[in-house]
Design a protein around this ligand. Sequence first.
Ligand code: IDP
Ligand code: MG
Length: 155
Amino acid sequence: MSAQTERTFIAIKPDGVQRGLVGEIIKRFEMKGFKMVAMKMLCATKEHLEKHYEDLKKKPFFPSLIKYMSSGPVVAMVWEGLGVVKTGRVMLGETNPADSKPGTIRGDFCIDVGRNIVHGSDSVASANKEIALWFKDELVEYNSCASAWLYEAPA
Ligand code: IDP
Ligand code: MG
């Protein structure tokens, strides 16, 4: 795998879906130049979400986080590109929307840390773990015709 095929797990949370922000969030990743390699809508079970957020299980907000994340459908995606994990987090903004700059997704579209509309992996290691948890043989391999215009030296 080359650096240009780094992958991250991005999920539009139930509030992002209900508020009609699916297209806007996808659009930002598309316009940046990242490549979508998987996407599905699903209602995640509490057990699945407890695994996804297992690092946070001792936090006081853990039960409400699981309730929030299981309260409706989410749109789970895998995006690919050079530096997509770090850049994806920058595009999302800070965990607390109040600390997120305008121009970021959380900075532009939400207010409360407990309703921050979108998830993004925080490291390459957690991205790999999260992709394996959410997708089983569902990643699509294809050549993007834009790669020659996005990268000086395409892979
Ligand atoms: P991240 O989503 O920016 O990586 P994490 O610290 O991993 O932030 O927390 C996971 C999710 O838990 C956050 O996106 C948010 O939905 C929720 N969360 C984090 N901190 C709080 C809090 O203080 N109160 C309520 N919910 C929180
Ligand atoms: Mg996190």
